[in-house]
Design a binder for this molecule. Sequence first.
Ligand code: GTP
Ligand code: MG
Length: 212
Amino acid sequence: MKIKSAEIVISAVSPKQYPHDNLPEFALVGRSNVGKSSTINTLLNRKSLARVSQSPGKTRTINFYLINKEFYLVDLPGYGYAKVSKDDRAAWGKIIETYLTSRQNLKEVVLLVDVRHEPSADDVMMYDWIKHFGFGKIVIATKLDKINRSQYAKHFKMIRQKLNMEPDDKLLPISSLKRLGMEDIWDSLKGLLEHQEVIGEIRPIDEDEATE
Ligand code: GTP
Ligand code: MG
């Protein structure tokens, strides 16, 4: 995917702040620290457009990134951080639920899991839930650089089984650190965009954007 432009449009706390332009949207969900923001940065070839967590579990906003003025990548707050209070957890649930149940232009919700570990009970619950809404055709396994090549097949199988993925659901292994697997993500997202009308003007690439 050629990234001609990428910008954060809003860090939203309430639905009123969500973008109103009705462009197609892809959301990333997963536990805190799994690598959602890093994946967005790597996909976009930016070092720090999406803030990589200093303090996990603190993100309470839904961050909308507009790409090529054509579609959005959406970074949702992570779950499963142990030190979060019960009230904060409830607030998190409300934010996610409101977003996922009300967003008409949402094309796919991509679950991210850490390739090293068996998906947690929260991951399984989240995956069941997004499947219920007709999403979850793509799962990303992050931090591939952390396991040995000889372990790949075993870990992919473990993730597919634990999440109860269907054979035609895609499991895409990636590493933001080593920049592996990014084109596979773009190919999958492009497939979902295919029949979309392209709305809006596309600005030319900046010199420094192109070289970043
Ligand atoms: P929250 O915003 O808390 O939900 O976390 P997040 O899912 O956005 O995770 P984030 O991208 O902030 O990454 C968490 C940590 O994992 C950071 O220290 C990253 O540097 C590290 N990390 C992310 N991707 C990779 C990867 O592919 N390989 C390795 N080795 N580390 C990674
Ligand atoms: Mg993040």
